[in-house]
Design a binder for this molecule. Structure first.
Ligand code: HEM
Length: 490
């Protein structure tokens, strides 16, 4: 009855979705999908009403031409389904209103304006590394230091989100390197905000099926943010409102944008403190693990491709602790950094942080590249599969940044196939933080790699897990940072 019987898939797919629920809950769905695509091809059915697609033409239709709506699961990530942030907003008109309102804060020009925040946070991380280098030099003949880069990048991304959102970092980097700097008093509550947001999200995600069942029985269960977190943000909001616009022109963070122009996207009423907290929390979720996970993959690819790394190192300036911090605009525009740019783009191809995304057909169904898809079918778009498809990306498993260079510099690498490249999705639900993510990746990678060469401390098999984004399973990756400046060697 489903209308999906012509679509290939395992024999059990028409009968049950239990295996999918189990794999989603375990974070291993991506691997199962990858294996099933190898057996069943570009379009396959893995559940009674659930298909996956990695076909290039169909992908364009899902994202751009037909632009299917998001699955309802997105709304479950929000505290309140009727007051979600942009990521969790699945209602058509409120989503459009919210995106229109947020877009001005994420243009290239707006992101360039908050560049000082990116630089300041990167500088804090580097300062801590310099201290470690000096400590090591005192106790051994080497200046190399060992660190958990995955952890460092995650803390850095959170501090950057704190600064750009509230002009107030969460002190996450200092917390790991120098516990004596652990924030006290009111700032202690502030430093706990990221954990509170991640825990809240994990609980909502873990309870999604129970919440749905309860809702069907008429009981709406909302998983609230911890009180400590809401009061810390609320206090800051109240202070700003009470200061009645003092220093308003100098405030360039996202909170100020919300305070100045924030209306609820569904009713048009002024955003309350609670609305602002919900919006900011989802932005923090969407903007931290994504960039830190993507950057960790970039450094991993470089550590495992010595020739690429050597070429990249040779292309970058050598900076030392007294050097200025490179800004993202310079990295974007100065030809010196074009190989780094190519590495960033190639990494986004091989490691799209959202390996897949969920869309759905509604009353009328649709036709995807000749396949009739009935109403109320979940259509998952397999980005990772498309990004690693040999037909569009020859030697797809090779980290080959030359694909992204021009003319002779490209050598024998094939041109990028832009119709098969969606690291930030496309259409109305594309990533609003794309310019932000690029700015962060440029600032962090250019400054880190101009000062340190990166090697794996020891080879580690990386197991990935995907809940919303793809992450290293145990959230850690140890590396050796080797200072590149001369005095460090002396
Ligand atoms: C390398 C980093 C990033 C990658 C690869 C990435 C990727 C994506 C993708 C693929 C989507 C579409 C999801 C879907 O359609 O289901 C998305 C949506 C979104 N992203 Fe990002 N993202 C990144 C960084 C950021 C940052 C830094 C922010 C904010 C500061 C952000 C905010 C959002 C939001 C709010 C949405 C929902 C957009 C909508 O529904 O209209 N992202 N991102």
């Amino acid at each position: 009855k489903s209308g999906l019987s012509d679509i290939p898939g395992p024999w059990y797919a028409p009968y049950t979705a239990l295996h999918l629920r189990y794999l989603f809950a375990r974070g291993t769905i991506w691997k199962y999908v990858e294996d099933q695509h190898k057996i069943h091809g570009d379009i396959m059915r893995l559940g009674p009403r659930h298909i996956w697609i990695s076909d290039k033409a169909a992908m364009k239709q899902i994202l751009m031409t037909i632009d299917l709506p998001k699955v309802t699961m997105y709304a479950e990530i929000s505290r309140d389904r009727n007051s979600p942030g942009l990521f969790g907003e699945i209602r058509l008109i409120p989503h459009r209103n919210l995106k229109k309102f947020l877009n001005p804060a994420f243009t290239v020009a707006s992101v360039d304006r908050v560049d000082s925040f990116f630089k300041a946070c990167t500088s804090i991380l580097l300062e801590n590394y310099y201290i470690e280098v000096n400590k090591t030099k005192k106790s051994s003949s080497s200046a190399n230091i060992k660190t958990d880069l995955m952890r460092d990048l995650h803390c850095l991304a959170l501090d950057i989100m704190g600064e750009t959102s509230f002009s107030k970092g969460f002190g996450q980097i200092d917390k790991i390197f120098d516990p004596s700097k652990v924030l006290s008093g009111r700032d202690k509550a502030w430093s706990k905000i990221p954990n509170a947001i991640f825990d809240g999200q994990a609980r909502r995600y873990g309870l999604v099926f129970i919440k749905r069942t309860l809702r069907k029985m008429g009981y709406n269960w909302e998983v609230d943010w911890p009180r400590e977190m809401t009061s810390a943000i609320s206090e800051l909001i109240d202070e700003r409102v009470e200061s009645d616009g003092a220093n308003k022109a100098e405030r360039i963070d996202i909170l100020q944008h919300m305070l100045d122009e924030g209306n609820r996207p569904d009713t048009g009423a002024r955003m309350s403190n609670q609305d602002i907290i919900d919006q900011m929390s989802e932005l923090l979720l969407a903007g931290s693990e994504t960039t830190s996970g993507t950057m960790a993959c970039l450094f991993l690819e470089l550590a495992r491709a010595p020739e690429v790394r050597a070429k990249l190192m040779a292309s970058l300036p050598v900076l030392d602790p007294s050097s200025f911090i490179l800004d993202s605009k310079t990295v974007r525009e100065d030809a010196t950094f074009r190989y780094l740019e190519a590495c960033i783009k190639e990494n986004l191809r091989m490691n799209p942080i959202a390996s897949e995304l969920g869309r759905r057909t509604i009353e009328r169904g649709c036709n995807l590249n000749g396949h009739v898809i009935p109403p109320y079918t979940i259509v998952s778009a397999s980005y990772r599969q498309l990004h690693r498809d040999e037909r569009y990306w020859p030697q797809a498993e090779r980290f080959w940044p030359e694909r992204w260079l021009e003319g002779d510099e490209r050598g024998d690498a094939p041109e990028p196939n832009m119709g098969s490249y969606f690291p930030f999705s496309n259409g109305r639900h594309n990533c609003i933080g794309q310019n932000f993510a690029y700015a962060e990746m440029r600032t962090v990678s250019a400054n880190l790699l101009s000062r340190f060469d990166i090697e794996e401390a020891q080879y580690k098999e990386i197991h990935l897990r995907q809940f919303i984004t793809m992450q290293f399973h145990d959230g850690s990756w140890n590396v050796i940072l080797k200072p590149r400046w001369k005095e460090a060697e002396a």
